[in-house]
Design a protein around this ligand. Structure first.
Ligand SMILES: [Zn+2]
Length: 377
């Protein structure tokens, strides 16, 4: 692979986060992210490659708002072994994730959902970095796998920095920590990362809600507002203290200083999905509801003018095959959460963000559960 590295060095995108305003009552920031030629207004939701590839199945031909694209992959032990050992598998994998599939106006990065894989040692680390570099990604992610110690993860990060230097790669490195239950542990790893210099930070939410990790991020952002924080693997609904709330998790992450989020990728369910199981984002309450709930609570009316719904009701959105319905549901979730985030951004800039949160049932219940729903500070 050594020879393949020559001559592939592209433009050197600088990463800049310009903070425009921090909300008076929460740690939410309105900011602008600039990354080479890509630009994004924060806070926002960035799409995954899975969501982008839903377009075809959804029979939708328009553009999908992005800025940063998260190429998301599930990685299993067998697959990883093949990438490590067989050149043909490495090359095939590389073709599958290539940056060429995406527009120049967006920044592209890789996120791997490690399924029973914990990359260990320089050979395995190097392969992960080579893949990203050869695929042409604009940001190089250095991920902490579940169960990987902070010490090993910091060694991996150090190795990655050296790897970049040796190759003259001047792309931002994004350390991605595994969200933790323990506040002290989260503070510890964030302090170590901040001490070593940090432009951007990823947090792998692992399909859950990790309050202590988010609180530690909130502290970090107060001290260093110029760090771009992105949350990966964000599930639709938020589970707090064993209770599943209807609140959309991604929509309340800005409260903790998180600038952007992307949806989780999960393995296909063992039993094929039916339309009644599809969660659909609700703009009115910032929650997720399934078809039955839409019928019961809203008479099926979605009240959404996004390019997928265009004013249709829930059965209109979910018409056709299950795969089409699922894809259209995903795209509606993306468009509508993006638009709601734009509204939130305006309120952070103009004032009244907290009032907006309280006016939505999902965030209101969440803030009440956290004990943060009282009068403004
Ligand atoms: Zn919609």
């Amino acid at each position: 692979m050594g020879s393949g590295l020559k001559g592939l060095k592209g433009a050197l995108p600088d990463l800049t986060l310009k903070r425009l305003r921090v909300d008076d009552d929460t740690s939410a920031n309105a900011a602008t992210l600039e990354l080479g030629g890509a630009r994004g207004d924060l806070p926002t939701k960035f799409p995954t490659s899975t969501e982008l590839s839903s377009s075809k199945k959804a029979e939708f031909e328009g553009a999908i708002p992005s800025g940063v694209i998260v190429v998301s992959k599930l990685l299993y032990p067998d697959g990883f072994k093949r990438i490590l050992e067989e050149d043909s598998s490495f090359k095939a994998y590389l073709r599958g994730i290539s940056r060429k599939r995406y527009g120049e106006g967006d920044a592209v990065l890789l996120f791997m959902e490690f399924k029973g894989v914990a990359p260990e040692g320089v050979e395995e680390w190097r392969v992960l970095l080579d893949l990203q570099f050869l695929a042409g990604f604009d940001i190089i992610t250095v991920q902490q796998a579940e169960g990987q110690s902070d010490e090993d993860f910091l060694s991996f990060l150090k190795f990655s920095r050296r790897w970049c230097e040796e190759r003259g790669i001047d792309k931002p490195l994004m350390p991605v920590i595994c969200a933790k239950r323990d506040r002290g542990a989260a503070q510890g790893i964030l302090k170590a990362l901040a001490d070593s210099g940090l432009d951007c930070l990823g947090v792998d939410m692992r399909g859950g809600f990790y309050y202590h990790t988010l609180s530690a991020i909130e502290d970090l952002k107060r001290r260093s507002p110029e760090i771009w924080v992105h949350a990966f693997q964000v599930p639709p609904k938020l589970r707090l203290g064993g209770r599943l709330l209807s609140c959309a998790e991604g929509m309340v992450l800005p409260i903790f200083g998180v600038d952007s989020f992307s949806r989780w990728i999960v393995p296909p369910p063992p039993i094929p999905l039916t339309k009644d199981k599809i969660n659909i984002f609700d703009r009115e309450d910032w929650g997720f509801m399934k078809r039955g709930e839409w019928m019961e609570k809203r008479g099926g009316m979605l009240n959404c003018d996004c390019p997928i719904c265009m004013g249709s009701d829930v059965d209109g959105l979910l018409s056709g095959t299950v795969i089409r319905a699922l894809s259209r549901g995903k795209l509606h979730d993306h468009f509508s959460q993006r638009e709601e985030m734009e509204g939130a951004r305006r309120r952070i800039l103009e004032g009244g963000y907290r009032d907006l949160l309280i006016s939505k049932r999902g965030p209101r219940e969440f803030l009440e559960a956290l004990g943060r729903a009282g009068p403004a500070r």
